[in-house]
Design a protein around this ligand. Structure first.
Ligand SMILES: NC(=O)c1ccc[n+]([C@@H]2O[C@H](COP(=O)([O-])OP(=O)(O)OC[C@H]3O[C@@H](n4cnc5c(N)ncnc54)[C@H](O)[C@@H]3O)[C@@H](O)[C@H]2O)c1
Length: 269
């Protein structure tokens, strides 16, 4: 096996849906994979894995988590819409804690699991690129938007490079008509993370995390330097998705890029 390019990669969110996928797929790139989550994780499979449970909201704990790592793949945090108070600790403070720890410990590369929900209030009739104005659709989307701003700041100020992947819908299969446009296969997700780790001089690059779907809303030409070439497409799933009853034409799932997130909340009481 070729020599891995990193000594120790930190994966946050390792107990989550995508974390479990990346736990297997990051191994070729690093001598040791440090796995972290607030939720229970499967035991380490051998010396190439180490478990380090941590609450991202705890600044001191995150500082200790990052020590000794040379790259961070940040997939931990609240991954759906909740009250601002719920999102604040893990996502807003947590991502700040990670960048501060990266600065203190000399980590130079971060892969950030951003989200389509930073642009969710754009209509599905629009085609966006990485320079399009953000229109967060939720407190969750706002937290990811702040994470992207942190990435820009920590590059401009401290030279820490980040790939922010605005993940569409990364599941085994697209589950509804919206996901025919937003679906990201696990293989294409893995390729994006790999590109983010290995591509030189990325500064802070924003890429839309979607497979080569026929009905796309997103143009990745501003991230062309990554060399990302998606291999999968939602098209083979179209017939099975369309066989189900479809939402009305004015349903947010059919109107907004962020789908149902645009009508979540308010969160009171
Ligand atoms: N799956 C998708 O389609 C999708 C789309 C857009 C963005 N994302 C982003 O990708 C990442 C992974 O998504 P996922 O689908 O695997 O979500 P997930 O909810 O399955 O995983 C997130 C993990 O973060 C952990 N976590 C939550 N709060 C924490 C805290 N305070 N400290 C430490 N860990 C904490 C959870 O325990 C969980 O295991 C998330 O950041 C999510 O926002 C995913």
């Amino acid at each position: 096996m070729p020599h891995p390019s990193f000594d120790r990669i930190l994966l946050t969110g390792a107990a989550g849906g995508l974390g479990k996928i990346l736990r297997e797929r990051l191994k070729p790139f690093t001598r040791v994979l440090r796995l972290s989550d607030i939720a229970p994780m499967e035991a380490a499979s051998g010396p190439a894995e180490e478990l380090h449970p941590c609450d991202l909201a705890d600044k001191q704990a995150v500082d200790e988590l990052v020590a000794g790592c040379d790259a961070i793949v940040h997939f931990g945090g609240v991954s759906t819409e909740h009250s601002f108070e719920t999102v604040l600790g893990p996502n807003i403070c947590g991502t700040y804690h990670l960048y501060e720890a990266a600065r203190r410990h000399g980590v130079k590369r971060v892969i950030f699991a951003s989200s389509n929900h930073v642009i969710g209030f754009h209509k599905q009739s629009e085609t966006l690129d990485a320079a399009s104005p953000r229109r967060p659709d939720s407190y969750y989307g706002l937290s990811k938007s702040f994470g992207e701003d942190l990435a820009t700041f920590y590059f401009d100020r401290y030279g820490i490079e980040t790939l922010s992947i605005r993940i569409g819908s990364s599941f085994p299969e697209p589950q509804n008509v919206r996901m025919l446009s937003t679906w990201l296969s696990y293989d294409d997700l893995t390729q994006l993370v790999e590109r983010g780790l290995h591509c030189e001089a990325i500064g802070h690059t924003v890429v839309y995390g979607a497979s080569a779907n026929a009905n796309t809303w997103w143009d990745n030409r501003l991230a062309a330097h990554l060399g990302y070439q998606p291999k999968d497409s939602s098209e083979p799933f179209r017939a099975q998705v369309m066989a189900h009853p479809q939402p009305a034409a004015d349903d947010p799932l059919r109107v907004y890029q962020g789908g149902a997130f645009v009508v979540a909340g308010p969160f009171e009481g």
